[in-house]
Design a protein around this ligand. Structure first.
Ligand code: ADP
Ligand code: S3P
Ligand code: MG
Length: 201
Protein backbone atom coordinates (compact mmCIF):
# COMPACT_ATOMS: atom_id res chain seq x y z
CA UNK A 1 0.00 0.00 0.00
CA UNK A 2 1.36 3.44 -0.83
CA UNK A 3 2.35 5.68 2.07
CA UNK A 4 -0.31 8.29 1.41
CA UNK A 5 -3.02 5.63 1.18
CA UNK A 6 -1.91 4.09 4.49
CA UNK A 7 -1.79 7.36 6.41
CA UNK A 8 -5.15 8.47 5.05
CA UNK A 9 -6.61 5.14 6.13
CA UNK A 10 -5.41 5.53 9.71
CA UNK A 11 -6.45 9.19 9.93
CA UNK A 12 -10.02 8.61 8.73
CA UNK A 13 -10.40 5.61 11.02
CA UNK A 14 -8.94 7.40 14.02
CA UNK A 15 -11.85 9.83 14.24
CA UNK A 16 -14.68 7.54 13.24
CA UNK A 17 -17.81 7.45 15.36
CA UNK A 18 -18.18 4.39 17.54
CA UNK A 19 -19.30 3.29 20.94
CA UNK A 20 -18.65 5.41 24.01
CA UNK A 21 -15.13 6.82 24.07
CA UNK A 22 -12.87 4.66 26.23
CA UNK A 23 -9.82 5.35 28.31
CA UNK A 24 -7.12 2.71 28.11
CA UNK A 25 -5.15 1.82 31.22
CA UNK A 26 -2.23 0.65 29.06
CA UNK A 27 -1.33 0.06 25.44
CA UNK A 28 -2.98 -2.85 23.62
CA UNK A 29 -0.33 -4.27 21.31
CA UNK A 30 -1.23 -6.68 18.52
CA UNK A 31 1.39 -9.16 17.42
CA UNK A 32 1.40 -12.14 15.04
CA UNK A 33 2.12 -13.20 11.49
CA UNK A 34 1.68 -11.20 8.30
CA UNK A 35 -1.98 -11.44 7.31
CA UNK A 36 -3.25 -12.30 10.80
CA UNK A 37 -5.21 -9.03 10.80
CA UNK A 38 -3.16 -6.84 13.15
CA UNK A 39 -3.71 -3.80 10.95
CA UNK A 40 -7.33 -4.53 9.96
CA UNK A 41 -8.59 -5.64 13.39
CA UNK A 42 -6.53 -3.02 15.25
CA UNK A 43 -7.99 -0.24 13.10
CA UNK A 44 -11.52 -1.51 13.67
CA UNK A 45 -11.04 -1.86 17.45
CA UNK A 46 -9.68 1.68 17.75
CA UNK A 47 -12.56 3.06 15.69
CA UNK A 48 -15.08 1.30 17.92
CA UNK A 49 -13.45 2.24 21.21
CA UNK A 50 -12.53 5.71 19.98
CA UNK A 51 -8.98 5.41 21.20
CA UNK A 52 -5.75 6.32 19.36
CA UNK A 53 -4.53 3.88 16.74
CA UNK A 54 -0.97 3.45 15.51
CA UNK A 55 0.60 0.96 13.12
CA UNK A 56 4.36 0.68 13.56
CA UNK A 57 4.83 -0.11 9.84
CA UNK A 58 2.90 3.01 8.81
CA UNK A 59 5.00 5.11 11.24
CA UNK A 60 8.22 3.71 9.79
CA UNK A 61 7.00 4.42 6.25
CA UNK A 62 6.04 7.98 7.12
CA UNK A 63 9.35 8.69 8.87
CA UNK A 64 11.36 7.24 5.98
CA UNK A 65 9.05 8.57 3.25
CA UNK A 66 9.39 5.11 1.69
CA UNK A 67 7.30 1.95 1.63
CA UNK A 68 8.37 -1.08 3.69
CA UNK A 69 9.36 -2.84 0.45
CA UNK A 70 11.52 0.10 -0.60
CA UNK A 71 13.22 0.21 2.83
CA UNK A 72 14.01 -3.53 2.68
CA UNK A 73 15.31 -3.19 -0.90
CA UNK A 74 17.42 -0.10 -0.29
CA UNK A 75 18.66 -0.47 3.29
CA UNK A 76 18.06 -4.12 4.17
CA UNK A 77 16.15 -5.93 6.89
CA UNK A 78 18.49 -5.11 9.80
CA UNK A 79 18.11 -1.37 9.09
CA UNK A 80 14.33 -1.85 9.06
CA UNK A 81 14.46 -3.76 12.37
CA UNK A 82 16.41 -0.96 14.05
CA UNK A 83 13.85 1.61 12.83
CA UNK A 84 11.09 -0.70 14.08
CA UNK A 85 12.58 -0.77 17.61
CA UNK A 86 12.99 3.03 17.60
CA UNK A 87 9.44 3.63 16.41
CA UNK A 88 7.96 1.14 18.89
CA UNK A 89 9.79 2.86 21.74
CA UNK A 90 8.31 6.20 20.71
CA UNK A 91 4.76 4.88 20.18
CA UNK A 92 4.68 2.90 23.43
CA UNK A 93 5.87 5.86 25.49
CA UNK A 94 2.89 7.89 24.23
CA UNK A 95 -0.79 7.94 25.17
CA UNK A 96 -2.31 4.45 25.47
CA UNK A 97 -4.04 3.22 22.35
CA UNK A 98 -4.20 0.25 20.03
CA UNK A 99 -0.84 -0.51 18.44
CA UNK A 100 -0.46 -2.86 15.48
CA UNK A 101 3.08 -4.11 15.06
CA UNK A 102 4.73 -5.69 12.04
CA UNK A 103 4.96 -9.49 12.14
CA UNK A 104 8.65 -9.59 13.06
CA UNK A 105 8.55 -7.01 15.84
CA UNK A 106 7.87 -9.46 18.68
CA UNK A 107 10.87 -11.58 17.64
CA UNK A 108 13.40 -9.10 19.05
CA UNK A 109 13.88 -9.43 22.81
CA UNK A 110 14.27 -5.66 23.24
CA UNK A 111 10.87 -5.12 21.60
CA UNK A 112 9.23 -7.78 23.77
CA UNK A 113 10.60 -6.04 26.88
CA UNK A 114 9.30 -2.67 25.66
CA UNK A 115 5.87 -4.07 24.87
CA UNK A 116 5.61 -5.89 28.19
CA UNK A 117 6.59 -2.74 30.05
CA UNK A 118 3.95 -0.58 28.40
CA UNK A 119 1.10 -2.80 27.39
CA UNK A 120 -0.96 -5.90 26.96
CA UNK A 121 0.49 -8.07 24.21
CA UNK A 122 -2.10 -9.91 22.14
CA UNK A 123 -1.11 -12.64 19.68
CA UNK A 124 -3.54 -12.95 16.78
CA UNK A 125 -3.05 -16.66 16.16
CA UNK A 126 -3.98 -17.75 12.67
CA UNK A 127 -3.40 -20.87 10.56
CA UNK A 128 -1.14 -21.13 7.52
CA UNK A 129 -3.90 -21.58 4.93
CA UNK A 130 -5.78 -18.49 6.11
CA UNK A 131 -2.62 -16.41 6.20
CA UNK A 132 -1.57 -17.60 2.77
CA UNK A 133 -5.00 -16.85 1.31
CA UNK A 134 -4.74 -13.27 2.62
CA UNK A 135 -1.15 -12.44 1.70
CA UNK A 136 -0.68 -14.29 -1.60
CA UNK A 137 -2.16 -11.54 -3.79
CA UNK A 138 -0.19 -8.74 -2.14
CA UNK A 139 3.30 -7.66 -3.09
CA UNK A 140 3.75 -5.48 0.01
CA UNK A 141 5.61 -8.06 2.13
CA UNK A 142 9.28 -8.22 1.13
CA UNK A 143 9.99 -11.34 3.22
CA UNK A 144 7.65 -13.30 0.96
CA UNK A 145 9.44 -12.37 -2.27
CA UNK A 146 11.03 -15.82 -2.48
CA UNK A 147 10.82 -18.73 -4.94
CA UNK A 148 8.40 -20.49 -2.58
CA UNK A 149 6.49 -17.84 -0.61
CA UNK A 150 4.07 -20.31 0.98
CA UNK A 151 7.03 -22.42 2.16
CA UNK A 152 8.64 -19.24 3.54
CA UNK A 153 5.43 -18.41 5.40
CA UNK A 154 5.36 -21.96 6.85
CA UNK A 155 9.01 -21.68 7.93
CA UNK A 156 8.35 -18.31 9.60
CA UNK A 157 5.38 -19.86 11.43
CA UNK A 158 7.55 -22.71 12.72
CA UNK A 159 10.21 -20.27 13.89
CA UNK A 160 7.91 -17.63 15.37
CA UNK A 161 4.95 -19.40 16.96
CA UNK A 162 6.85 -20.56 20.06
CA UNK A 163 7.91 -16.93 20.64
CA UNK A 164 4.48 -15.43 19.84
CA UNK A 165 3.12 -17.87 22.42
CA UNK A 166 4.85 -15.78 25.11
CA UNK A 167 2.27 -13.02 24.55
CA UNK A 168 0.05 -12.18 27.52
CA UNK A 169 -3.11 -13.01 25.58
CA UNK A 170 -3.62 -15.38 22.64
CA UNK A 171 -6.57 -14.68 20.37
CA UNK A 172 -7.83 -17.42 18.09
CA UNK A 173 -8.22 -15.49 14.80
CA UNK A 174 -10.86 -17.72 13.19
CA UNK A 175 -10.97 -17.67 9.40
CA UNK A 176 -14.79 -17.59 9.32
CA UNK A 177 -14.98 -14.29 11.24
CA UNK A 178 -15.30 -10.94 9.52
CA UNK A 179 -12.92 -8.20 10.66
CA UNK A 180 -15.85 -6.66 12.59
CA UNK A 181 -16.74 -9.95 14.31
CA UNK A 182 -13.11 -10.56 15.22
CA UNK A 183 -12.85 -7.03 16.68
CA UNK A 184 -15.99 -7.56 18.79
CA UNK A 185 -14.75 -10.87 20.15
CA UNK A 186 -11.25 -9.54 20.80
CA UNK A 187 -12.57 -6.54 22.76
CA UNK A 188 -14.58 -8.98 24.92
CA UNK A 189 -11.55 -11.21 25.47
CA UNK A 190 -9.38 -8.24 26.42
CA UNK A 191 -11.98 -7.06 28.94
CA UNK A 192 -12.09 -10.57 30.42
CA UNK A 193 -8.29 -10.79 30.64
CA UNK A 194 -7.86 -7.34 32.18
CA UNK A 195 -11.11 -5.83 33.49
CA UNK A 196 -9.33 -2.55 34.32
CA UNK A 197 -7.83 -1.92 30.89
CA UNK A 198 -10.95 -0.29 29.38
CA UNK A 199 -12.95 2.34 31.21
CA UNK A 200 -15.51 4.82 29.91
CA UNK A 201 -13.97 8.29 29.57
N1 ADP B 1 -11.41 -12.18 10.11
C1 ADP B 1 -10.45 -11.43 9.61
N2 ADP B 1 -9.49 -10.99 10.43
C2 ADP B 1 -8.49 -10.24 9.93
N3 ADP B 1 -8.33 -9.88 8.64
C3 ADP B 1 -9.27 -10.30 7.79
C4 ADP B 1 -10.36 -11.08 8.22
N4 ADP B 1 -11.10 -11.36 7.17
C5 ADP B 1 -10.51 -10.77 6.12
N5 ADP B 1 -9.41 -10.11 6.48
C6 ADP B 1 -8.51 -9.37 5.58
O1 ADP B 1 -7.20 -9.96 5.67
C7 ADP B 1 -6.21 -8.96 5.59
C8 ADP B 1 -5.35 -9.00 6.84
O2 ADP B 1 -4.25 -8.17 6.61
P1 ADP B 1 -3.65 -7.14 7.67
O3 ADP B 1 -4.72 -6.56 8.50
O4 ADP B 1 -2.77 -6.22 6.88
O5 ADP B 1 -2.78 -8.13 8.55
P2 ADP B 1 -1.41 -7.87 9.30
O6 ADP B 1 -1.35 -6.42 9.65
O7 ADP B 1 -1.50 -8.77 10.49
O8 ADP B 1 -0.35 -8.29 8.35
C9 ADP B 1 -6.92 -7.63 5.43
O9 ADP B 1 -7.01 -7.32 4.07
C10 ADP B 1 -8.29 -7.91 6.00
O10 ADP B 1 -9.30 -7.09 5.46
O1 S3P C 1 6.60 -10.51 9.45
C1 S3P C 1 7.46 -9.64 9.21
O2 S3P C 1 8.66 -9.76 9.53
C2 S3P C 1 7.02 -8.37 8.56
C3 S3P C 1 5.68 -8.05 8.58
C4 S3P C 1 5.16 -6.83 7.96
O3 S3P C 1 4.04 -6.33 8.72
P1 S3P C 1 2.61 -7.11 8.78
O4 S3P C 1 2.77 -8.24 9.75
O5 S3P C 1 1.66 -6.08 9.26
O6 S3P C 1 2.32 -7.58 7.40
C5 S3P C 1 6.24 -5.75 7.88
O7 S3P C 1 6.58 -5.27 9.16
C6 S3P C 1 7.46 -6.30 7.20
O8 S3P C 1 7.11 -6.66 5.89
C7 S3P C 1 8.05 -7.50 7.95
MG1 MG D 1 0.02 -4.86 9.35
Amino acid sequence: MAISERSRHSVTRRNGAGAMRQRLGRQIVLIGMMGAGKTAIGTEMARRLRVPYTDSDAEIETAAAMSISEIFARDGESFFRDRETQVLGRILAGAPGIVSTGGGAWMRGENRDLIRRHGLSVWLKCDLETLWHRVRQRSTRPLLKTADPKGTLAALIAQRYPVYAEAELTFDARPADSVEAAATRLIEEIRAADPQILEPK
